[in-house]
Design a protein around this ligand. Structure first.
Ligand code: FO1
Length: 327
C-alpha cells in the first residue's frame, strides 16, 4: 500500500522506523519550520532527525544529531565567541552543532547555494543513509517558525525550544515565509494518491501544524480519497516526549488526546482527519470522540521499541482500512 505520513522530528522519525518495517511504499512529508541558518549553514533538524534515524546514524539518546558525536568545533566557536566581540553574536552558544553533523550542513548549504532544491538535497542525503522510504520536505521554500512571546516580541523557534526549553510563555507561532511557500514537488500527489494518510505522533502545533499552514496541504488532506488517521502525541494528559504542552497552551488547546483530535477536526466538519488513535490510558475519550464523528480506537501508543511502533503503525492502517471511502 502507498502510505503518506506527515511528521516532525524525533517522534516522527521513531514512528517511521516502525512504519517502515511493515513493507509498504512510504512517503514521509517532513516539517521544515524548525530550520535555522547558523554561521551561513542551513540546519534542518526535523529532516535530519528523520534521515539519521532511518539511516541508523542518529544519537538514540538525543533523538537528534549523530551517534558518537563530538563537539570540538562547537567548543572552538565558543572560545572565539568568548574572546572576540565580533564573533559573539554569530555563535548561538545554546545550539550544539556536532562535528559529524557539520558534514551534512556543509554539503546541504553548498548545494542549496548552488540552487539545488531542498527536496533534491534531501534525496541525495538519503542516498548515503539508505532510509528505505521517500523523505520529502513539506516545502522547498524557506519557512521558519518564530514564537510570539508575552511582550509581543518574536524569537526563533529553536531559541525558544533549546535555549529556553519552551519555558517562556508564548502567545502564538508565526511561520515566516509560510505565506508564499508552496508544497514541495510530489507532496500534494503523495497525499492525493495515497491509500492511507497518517499524521504521525508529532507535535501537533509546531510540526504537523506548520505543515498544514503550507498552502494546498490541508486542502489536499480534505480532498484525498485516502482515509486520514492520526496518532495522539499526548498520552495521559502529557506529551510522550518534548514540550508539546507548552505549544498547545500557547494556542489555547488543552494537552489531552481528546483536545488534539478536536483541534485537527474531522474532515466531515472541515478538519483534516477521519480517524484518531489514543493510548489505552485515554480509552475513556473514545466514545465521546466517536460521538463527534471520529473513528477512534485505544491502543498502546508508547514507542518502546520498533515492534511496539510497528504495531501502532499497523493499528493506524487497520483503522484506516475500516473506514469507508471517507471524502
Ligand atoms: N536540541 C537541543 O535540545 N539542544 C541542542 O543543542 C540541539 C542542537 C541541534 C543541532 C542540529 C539539529 O539538527 C538539531 C538540534 N537539536 C538540539 C534538536 C532540535 O532543537 C529539534 O528541532 C527539536 O528537538 C525539536 O524537533
Amino acid at each position: 500500500m502507498r502510505i503518506t505520513a506527515l511528521c516532525g522530528g524525533i517522534g516522527g522519525a521513531r514512528f517511521l522506523l516502525g512504519l517502515r518495517t511493515l513493507g509498504h511504499d512510504v512517503t514521509a512529508i517532513a516539517n521544515t519550520g524548525d530550520d535555522m541558518t547558523v554561521l551561513g549553514l542551513r540546519i534542518c533538524p526535523d529532516l535530519d532527525s528523520i534521515v539519521y534515524t532511518l539511516g541508523d546514524g542518529v544519537s538514540v539518546e538525543r533523538g537528534w544529531g549523530r551517534e558518537g558525536e563530538t563537539f570540538r568545533v562547537r567548543d572552538e566557536l565558543a572560545a572565539y565567541a568568548g574572546s572576540v566581540a565580533a564573533a559573539e553574536p554569530l555563535v548561538p552558544s545554546w545550539f550544539g552543532l556536532g562535528d559529524l553533523d557539520l558534514a551534512t550542513h556543509l554539503l546541504r548549504s553548498r548545494w542549496l547555494a548552488d540552487g539545488v532544491s531542498l527536496s533534491t538535497v534531501t534525496q541525495w542525503l538519503c542516498e548515503r543513509w539508505h532510509t528505505g522510504i521517500r523523505v520529502v520536505p513539506a516545502s522547498d521554500d524557506r519557512i521558519e517558525t518564530h514564537v510570539r512571546l508575552g511582550d509581543g516580541s518574536l524569537i526563533h523557534f529553536q531559541e525558544w525550544w533549546v535555549r529556553h526549553r519552551a519555558q517562556l510563555p508564548a502567545t502564538g507561532f508565526d511561520v515566516q515565509g509560510a505565506a508564499g511557500a508552496k508544497p514541495a514537488p510530489g507532496v500534494v500527489e503523495a497525499i492525493m494518491e495515497a491509500d492511507v494518510v497518517v499524521l504521525a505522533p508529532s507535535n501537533p502545533v509546531v510540526s504537523i501544524g506548520i505543515i498544514l499552514q503550507i498552502a494546498g496541504i490541508a486542502a489536499a488532506l480534505r480532498a484525498t480519497a485516502a482515509p486520514v488517521v492520526g496518532l495522539s502525541p499526548i498520552v495521559g494528559g502529557a506529551p510522550v516526549r518534548g514540550m508539546a504542552d507548552a505549544c498547545l497552551s500557547a494556542i489555547g488547546v488543552a494537552t489531552t488526546a481528546d483536545a488534539v483530535a478536536r483541534h485537527y477536526g474531522t474532515r466531515r466538519d472541515g478538519g483534516v482527519i477521519d480517524g484518531w488513535l489514543v493510548d489505552d490510558a485515554d480509552r475513556d475519550v473514545v466514545d465521546a470522540l466517536a460521538d463527534s464523528g471520529f473513528a477512534c480506537r485505544a491502543v498502546p501508543l508508547l514507542m518502546h521499541d520498533i515492534a511496539a511502533t510497528a504495531a501502532m503503525a499497523h493499528a493506524a492502517i487497520d483503522l484506516a482500512e475500516g473506514l469507508e471511502d471517507a471524502r
